[in-house]
Design a protein around this ligand. Structure first.
Ligand code: IFM
Length: 479
């Protein structure tokens, strides 16, 4: 299949290592719908999306891709694509409708059937425990700002692992805690829509703690020696070559976006410069003795979500908020204590999110992680692009000729392969996303799927990118 720019992976003779996993990813609130069925409790995203002005067009996840009712057909689709693995998330409020207490069996059953359906089709289930749908009852008790939420999460993780741990091999505790903390409690662009820098930093710590408490619970409760992981959206941060303030800006954003998670997870500490940069915002008194050691749990794989890069420099005031961190603008700041860092416009080309396309950033990120933690296996748990697709009628039926997405995926898969060739222990690559879905604050206006979803009819159409991925999976070890 022709792509623009980079030669197709096949023309470069790329061969992926034996056992390398190709999969696709989704998240519960983005695809399931059925928000009031089988005892599911409300989540912060139900509340947020139903609040006027929070989501473009007033879109909600009430129906989404109706995956809750169409899981069997979606599983057949995955099988048809030849996926090795499927990364899905479990909606906490389906398992514990108010975030604590007894298991809601009907909710659990849905995931149990999903896991069985995957295994029956030869697809490895990879379960994420938290992809942002916090039970609303926990938010009413102060959400991730409340230390108790970390303990509730560990209990929920144990319940899920007890029920599914005989069949799920890989568990991910949290997806992109950066988004939960800084967009949920800092900028307010995500649920629960709060705008306090101090709360955002408390959320960072309680998310880290939740992970640290959950890892041993999962290992104890799952009966199959599971692989345990966390997925981070690490930022690839670049400077303006002509601006000598850029190194300081890079250091600050690296501290908030990357090291606030990596240092406690991998080294059991918060970096001194992070504490100093944020001293006017919080005194970090929420970190108690023993927390850092609790967070520092060995993990089997580190999940990396990668989409684009950022370029920064210092600004002599509060930098204009230009939506330049790549997410929907909102009232608060996602960078507590570093509001005077300016995010510069990136060189194009761009996706429909306005995010710059920079596959070399993925290679750079993976190589930098190998340097930081040489023994840690890595997995690209999300990579993909939104584009304004169009559907064309052909004699063979309807087609979505999404050449730009094919090109994006080809370039990033190639970049991942370059990282492997440079010695990175990369175990797999998951396309975001299997289906077009609810793109958070952007509602249904952004399409990330390799499979198109017609939201009127719920018809699924394989885009050209899905066929390209299908062929990649089928030919991955053939030079
Ligand atoms: O849709 C999201 C996903 O939920 C988390 N990672 C980024 C994706 C694209 O914005």
């Amino acid at each position: 299949m022709a792509t623009t720019g980079t030669p197709d992976y096949r023309d470069q003779g790329l061969v992926f290592p034996e056992g390398f996993v190709f999969g696709s990813a989704t998240a519960s609130y983005q695809i399931e719908g059925a928000v009031r069925e089988d005892g599911r409790g409300p989540s912060i995203w139900d509340t947020f999306s139903h609040t006027p002005g929070r989501v473009v067009n007033g879109d909600t996840g009430d129906v989404a891709c109706d995956h809750y009712h169409r899981a069997d057909a979606d599983l057949d689709l995955m099988k048809d694509l030849g996926l090795d693995a499927y990364r899905f998330s479990i909606a906490w409020p389906r398992i514990q409708p108010t975030g604590s207490g007894a298991v809601n069996r009907a909710g659990l059953e849905f995931y149990s059937r999903l896991v069985d359906g995957l295994l029956a089709r030869g697809i490895t289930p990879v379960a994420t425990l938290y992809h942002w749908d916090l039970p609303q009852a926990l938010e009413d008790a102060n959400g991730w700002v409340n230390r108790d939420t970390a303990y509730r999460f560990a209990e929920y993780a144990a319940l899920a692992a007890e029920a599914l741990g005989d069949r799920v091999q890989t568990w991910t505790t949290l997806n992109e805690p950066w988004c939960t903390a800084y967009l949920g409690y800092g900028s307010g662009a995500h649920a629960p829509g709060r705008t306090s820098g101090a709360d955002a930093l408390a959320a960072v710590h309680h998310l880290n703690l939740a992970h640290g408490l959950a890892v041993p619970e999962i290992r104890r409760a799952a009966r199959n020696a599971p692989d345990v992981s966390i997925t981070l959206n690490l930022h690839v941060i670049r400077g303006d070559d002509d601006d000598d303030t850029s190194p300081e800006a890079i250091r600050r954003i690296d501290a908030l976006a990357n090291r606030a998670f990596l240092s406690p997870l991998l080294q059991g500490r918060y970096d001194a410069d992070l504490l100093e940069d944020t001293a006017a915002v919080t005194d970090w008194a929420f970190v108690r003795d023993g927390d850092a050691a609790q967070i520092h749990q060995p993990i089997d794989v580190l999940g990396v979500n990668y989409y684009s890069t950022v370029t920064v420099r210092m600004w002599d005031g509060v930098a204009p908020r230009k939506n330049a961190d790549g997410h929907q603008g909102a009232a608060g700041s996602p960078w507590p204590g570093s509001e005077h860092v300016e995010f510069l416009e990136q060189p194009g080309p761009y996706t429909d999110m306005g995010w710059n396309i920079a596959p070399d950033g993925l290679e750079e990120l993976l190589v930098s992680l190998r340097e930081r933690c040489p023994e840690q296996p890595l997995m690209v748990t999300e990579n993909g692009a939104a584009f304004p697709d169009r559907v064309v009628e052909t004699d063979a039926g309807r087609r979505v000729p999404d050449a730009a997405r094919v090109d994006y995926l080809n370039r990033h898969v190639t970049a991942a392969h370059r990282a492997i060739a440079r010695g990175v222990d990369l175990r797999g690559y998951y396309v975001w996303s299997l289906l077009d879905n609810f793109e958070w604050g952007y509602g249904y206006t952004k399409r990330f799927g390799i499979v198109r979803v017609d939201y009127e009819t719920q018809e699924r159409i394989l885009k050209d990118s899905a066929r390209w991925f299908q062929e990649l999976i089928a030919t991955r070890t053939t030079p």
